[in-house]
Design a protein around this ligand. Sequence first.
Ligand SMILES: NC(=O)c1ccc[n+]([C@@H]2O[C@H](COP(=O)([O-])OP(=O)(O)OC[C@H]3O[C@@H](n4cnc5c(N)ncnc54)[C@H](O)[C@@H]3O)[C@@H](O)[C@H]2O)c1
Length: 452
Amino acid sequence: MVGKASRIACIGAGYVGLATSLCLAGAGFDVTCADRDAAKVASLSAGRCTLGEAGMAGMLRDALDAGRLRFTVSNAEAIAGSGMAFICVWTPQGPDGKADLSSLFAVARDIGANMAGRMDVVVKSTVPAGTARKVREAIVRAAPDAVRAYGLEVLSCPEFLRESSAIRDTLHPSRVVIGCDDDGAALRLRETMEAMVAPGTPFVMTGPESAETLKYAANAFLSMKVAFINEVAGYCEAVGADVRDVSRGLGMDDRIGPKFLAAGPGFSGGCFPKDLAALLHEGRSLGVPLMILEATAESNMAQRRRLAGKVATALGDPAAPPGSSLRGRLIAILGLSFKQGTGDMRDSVSLYFARELCARGASLSLFDPEASQKVGEFLGELMPSIKVCPDEYGAAAGADAVVILTDWPRFAAMDLGRLGAVMGRRLIFDYRNVLSGAEAAAEGFEYHGVGV
Ligand SMILES: NC(=O)c1ccc[n+]([C@@H]2O[C@H](COP(=O)([O-])OP(=O)(O)OC[C@H]3O[C@@H](n4cnc5c(N)ncnc54)[C@H](O)[C@@H]3O)[C@@H](O)[C@H]2O)c1
């Protein structure tokens, strides 16, 4: 274990970096968390949590009060004096799907320039196989003398937390994966993680390439499961079956399991699409066939196109010129975040629907309980065809259709009588299957679910 007297640096104060920092500080470590976003650092330093994750605000206050957690905009300050540094920066999708590792390597150079003792560098960001070794090479290039004098190991420890349960998942992970060729460094990280996670948490000790691959394989498998059930949903619609019953029965088979079998608008969000794209890029560059996963990505796009197309067909004027078939139509989109429980709109399927429907001339009224304030950032280019509303009934007012894209529980609990009364036309596309089609029909709605 890195001694509790020795400091730990976390670089990046997003979902992964903040959850890791808070949980390490909660376990008694002395943590310095660095982020280049000065507003984020100022807010966190003042005890104002930047994420709405359950448990975070209380843990932040406790860690600051106990003096075990500091925030800084200076990576140098976090690194100097630390014996272990977790890299938790974003690794977005670059051109051709390739993972853009520029932030990660910028941090590697900062580590080289500022390490002042033996350093274990832990890559938590999701990265292609071979990256931990390249991070080591980058640090050696930046600071060969420091590496020779002090010693350096770079380990892969991929993160599996889910947004909306980031703290619970960090403290109770299904497993901790540590990839490293050096037994001493692997043991130090294992003991550090064991001090943080629930007793009995299983560990997978392996080489760095296996750890890095395991993370991509996990996200790719879950993406494939979602694409699979969505194809089954299309089949259900054609034959009069109900995909919810099919999913329920499928999930009872413990070889299959019940999770990620809800039919819907397809997987989206900050991680699954970019991680699948990065893995596909790796496969193509290495000449390794990843045919199932190529089909998964294409199937997911086809699902979006199919469901957006249903809205356009129901409301559109087929004789109108391209780009204007939905002119004069107002469509309410309920749900902007990629899933319930988070305000994260990165690569959310709602962005696709909003752009598609606007491209056909529609105006949109939008509502999301957590993400509404981010509409300008993600969809600013669609102004003035879109407006943000304070609740679902406001969004539905005068609308020709409601499209539900996020599985927020409040959408399942909507008063359909009240909703229908404010709408221009009683038409619902329930693309998360949160409502009862029979109840919607009883209120006079034309109802379209997915696979039902
Ligand atoms: N969000 C998730 O659910 C999740 C789950 C598992 C793994 N991951 C992976 O973990 C990594 C981080 O994801 P996230 O969601 O926490 O990202 P995030 O965007 O929420 O946070 C990243 C933070 O890093 C900061 N940053 C970027 N470059 C920096 C630099 N050079 N120096 C200092 N700070 C810098 C940014 O300002 C940002 O606050 C990604 O690789 C992601 O794929 C994310």
